[in-house]
Ligand binder design. Structure first.
Ligand code: ADP
Length: 263
C-alpha cells in the first residue's frame, strides 16, 4: 500500500507545500482505487455471461437435457448472453473513447422534432410487446440546437429502452418542449422508480439499482454514464427525478442557442 504523507508542521511556505503534496498523494491513491475498482467491475461483468456460455454450451454438447424444449431454453440463454457480451464490449469501447477525449462529435443544427420522432418510432414495437402505451407530446416549432444529432438520438433511444425495461404496466410519455430559454426532451414512465438514496449514483459506471434484478433485465449498467457524457459534451444536461413505485422522469436539456440559426 501507499502512505506518502509528509508530516511537516509549519505555517510557512514549506508547510503549504507539504500540504499540497499530501493532497496530490491522496488524489493519486483515489485514482488508483477507482481504476482498480473499474477493472474489477469489468472482469466481473465479462465473467458472468462467459460462465453462462460455457456452462450451457457444455450441457448441450454432452446432451445433458431431457427434451428438445429444454435444449431450446438453454440455446435461448446462450443467445441472450452473447448479446449481452456484445453490448458490453460496445459500451466499454465507447466509454474508453470518451474518457480519452477521442470521441468526435459531428456538430450540426439538429432538428429535435425529427430526432424525437425517429427514436420513438424505433422503440414503439418494444413498448407494444410489453403492452405499454407510448404517448408523444412533441412540439413542432422548437428552435434548432447545435449538437450531434445521431448521438442525441442514441441517448434518447437509451432512455426509452430503460423506460420500457423498468416499467411493467402503464405508459411512457415523451415530451419535446421549449421553456424559459431551454429546449428539452423528457421521457416519463410509470415504472418501478429509483430509491431516493440511489438516484445520485445511477450515472456512475456499472451502477445498477438492485443488481440481480437489473441483470435479469439485460442491462450493462453503462448506458446512463455514457448518455450523460454524450449530452454534456454537447453543452446540455441530463437530469432525473424519480419516485419509487411510481415512475421516473429523465430530461435531456439544451440551452436555446443565441446564435443566428440557418435559414
Ligand atoms: P442498465 O444497462 O443496467 O439499464 P443504465 O446505466 O442504463 O444501466 O441504468 C443504470 C440503472 O439505473 C439501471 O440498472 C436501473 O437500476 C436504473 N434505471 C435506469 N433507468 C430507469 C428507469 N426508467 N426506471 C427505473 N430505474 C431505472
Amino acid at each position: 500500500d501507499f502512505d506518502a504523507r509528509l508530516s511537516i508542521n509549519s505555517n510557512d511556505e514549506i508547510g503549504s507545500l507539504a500540504e499540497a503534496i499530501n493532497n496530490l498523494a491522496e488524489d493519486l491513491q483515489r485514482y488508483r482505487d477507482t481504476r482498480q475498482e473499474f477493472f474489477a467491475n469489468i472482469s466481473h461483468e465479462l465473467r458472468t455471461p462467459i460462465t453462462y456460455l460455457e456452462g450451457y454450451s457444455k450441457v448441450i454438447k454432452d446432451r445433458l437435457y431431457d427434451t428438445e424444449a429444454e435444449r431450446d431454453q438453454y440455446l435461448d440463454i446462450i443467445h441472450q448472453e452473447s448479446q449481452r457480451l456484445q453490448r458490453l464490449v460496445n459500451d466499454l469501447f465507447e466509454l474508453a473513447k470518451m474518457e480519452e477525449g477521442k470521441i468526435s462529435l459531428s456538430l450540426e443544427w439538429m432538428d429535435l422534432t425529427e430526432i424525437t420522432d425517429n427514436a420513438v418510432r424505433k422503440i414503439q414495437l418494444k413498448a407494444n410487446e410489453k403492452g405499454l402505451q407510448l404517448n408523444t407530446h412533441i412540439s413542432r416549432v422548437v428552435p434548432l440546437i447545435y449538437g450531434d444529432g445521431l448521438r442525441t438520438e442514441q441517448v434518447l433511444i437509451n432512455l426509452l429502452e430503460n423506460a420500457v425495461r423498468y416499467t411493467e404496466k402503464g405508459e411512457i410519455n415523451v415530451y419535446l418542449k421549449e421553456e424559459s430559454g431551454f429546449v428539452y426532451i423528457a421521457v416519463e414512465d410509470t415504472g418501478i422508480g429509483i430509491p431516493d438514496d440511489e438516484v445520485p449514483f445511477i450515472f456512475d459506471r456499472f451502477y445498477r439499482v438492485e443488481k440481480s434484478r437489473s441483470r435479469q433485465h439485460g442491462g450493462t449498467g453503462l448506458g446512463l454514464s455514457i448518455a450523460k457524457k454524450l449530452i454534456e459534451l454537447q453543452g446540455g444536461e441530463l437530469l432525473v427525478t424519480s419516485t419509487i413505485g411510481q415512475g421516473t422522469r429523465f430530461e435531456i436539456r439544451f440551452v436555446r442557442d443565441e446564435q443566428e440559426e440557418p435559414a
